[in-house]
Write a protein that binds this ligand. Structure first.
Ligand code: NDP
Length: 419
């Protein structure tokens, strides 16, 4: 029996809310709050006849801590699920602390305005000290650890698929499969085809910022940074087939490096088709991925936000996308003194997701873990005061929940390795 406030009503939130409504004995009451209330109302109206969960809606600007506090105080939730954008992570954490409520999200903080001189000074210092230059990192949210501990509250960070399930796979491998882990390769394959020459599968601004950044991986506890898309491999994915994949910087490498300090190398690869890469490079070359506002005919425009307005809404890709995703982790290490390899992954079918919740698999593979993470927190299985990433909790009940609610695991004990 619990009351949950979901902030955001985009592609991922919509799936998470659908799934919460399938578990009404835990998610007894749900408030969907977002910037555009009409989207919340439409989803609530669609779901109401299908669920026992009591759904209400609200309008909120999650950049405004006072508005958030007023909403949380009036609704009195047991948990706030932040499924808006990474820009709102800190304001929502502040509001949760002010109101004494547990917090979770699906992506780590990054600022909307990367030209802000105050943020830029901290960022440039971190680039030099840590050795990677992505705009997002965990330091901002890890800085809340003591505050959450003192308040006796739990903050769960990055509980989507990657980050999220990939870290649970690492915790599971460390707990059940290995005595020592030497290497972790996280492989994110989207074998889906939406028929457009160019579209992004989740929020275009966040997606393009991530993909166009330099790649990096962790080796012997240190970051190694490489030019964007400069390490390419081909891999034959179960149920998808052969795909080109590229080494990217990804947020879970940072927390895995901290929580598994003995692992010698941690890398992240994502598949991309040539058309996507050609379009992205061209858009970048002409300045369309810039977050710096320009003045056009007397109006201020942020190029990447203008691009977002032109691109297909990721939520509209559902009916068009065919094919499967395959996301998981390949480990090397030892067990009982013997060398060992192990691959744990999930395969998800875009059309099956669409039939179930009206969304494609990228939103589905993020929204289902968000619901399962919330389920872990609400049932007391993942609560400890402080700020934590997924690998810091017991992976077993979470992976069992994923098996049950739509993202079952597959295993391979003799996988092809990535060189
Ligand atoms: P969308 O752009 O589809 O949805 C974002 C939602 O947040 C919209 O409803 C939007 O409202 C709302 N929102 C934005 N700004 C505010 C604000 N200031 N106040 C209130 N509401 C706001 O994004 P996605 O659903 O694709 O992504 C959601 C999150 O999931 C992101 O943080 C993304 O990085 C993360 N993600 C994580 C993955 C993982 O595996 N861990 C994978 C994919 C995504 P409006 O309708 O008005 O625009």
């Amino acid at each position: 029996m619990s009351k949950v406030l979901v902030i955001g009503c985009g592609g991922v939130a919509s799936v998470a809310i659908h799934k919460c409504c399938q578990v009404s004995d835990v998610f007894t009451e749900l408030c969907i709050a977002s910037r555009t209330k009409s989207k919340c109302d439409a989803l609530a109206e669609k779901l109401a006849p299908t669920t026992k969960t009591k759904i209400t809606t609200a309008q909120v600007d999650a950049d405004d801590v006072d508005q958030l506090i007023a909403l949380i105080k009036s609704y009195q939730p047991d948990l706030v699920m932040n499924i808006a954008l990474p820009y709102q992570d800190l304001t929502i954490m502040d509001a949760c602390l002010a109101c004494g409520v547990n917090y979770m999200d699906t992506a780590n903080y990054e600022p909307e305005n990367t030209d802000d001189p105050e943020w830029r000074a901290i960022y440039e210092k971190r680039c030099k000290e840590a050795g990677f230059s992505a705009y997002f990192d965990y330091s901002w949210q890890w800085a809340y650890k003591k505050k959450f501990e003192d308040a006796g509250l739990t903050a769960l960070l990055g509980c989507g698929f990657d980050p999220g399930v990939t870290q649970a796979y690492c915790a599971y491998a460390a707990k059940h499969e290995f005595d020592t882990i030497d290497t972790i390769d996280i492989l994110d394959c989207n074998g889906g085809d939406h028929g457009y020459a160019f579209a992004t599968n989740f929020n275009p601004e966040i997606n393009l910022r991530e993909v166009s950044a330099p790649g990096s991986y962790m080796e012997n506890g240190r970051w190694v940074e490489i030019p964007a898309m400069s390490i390419k491999r081909e891999y034959d994915f179960d149920q998808v087939g052969k795909k080109d994949m590229y080494l990217l910087h990804h947020e879970e490498i940072e927390s895995l490096g901290k929580n598994f300090p003995d692992v010698k190398r941690i890398r992240f690869f994502m598949t991309f088709g040539q058309s996507y890469l050609d379009h992205m490079r061209c858009l970048e070359d002409v300045g369309m991925l810039s977050t710096t506002p320009i003045n056009y005919n007397g109006q201020e425009i942020v190029p990447i936000q203008f691009l977002k307005a032109l691109l297909p809404d990721p939520a509209s890709l559902g009916p068009r996308t065919k094919g499967k995703t395959n996301i998981g982790c390949i480990f090397t290490g030892t067990k009982d003194g013997q060398p060992k390899t192990y691959y744990i992954y999930n395969v998800c079918d875009h059309q099956a997701c669409y039939r179930e919740v009206g969304s494609q698999a990228i939103s589905y593979t993020t929204g289902v873990p968000a619901m399962c993470g919330a389920l872990m927190m609400l049932t007391g299985q993942w609560t400890k005061p402080g700020v934590y990433t997924v690998e810091e909790f017991n992976p077993d009940p979470f992976l069992d929940a994923l098996d049950k609610y739509g993202l079952p695991r597959s295993e391979n004990r003799a996988p092809a390795l990535v060189d």
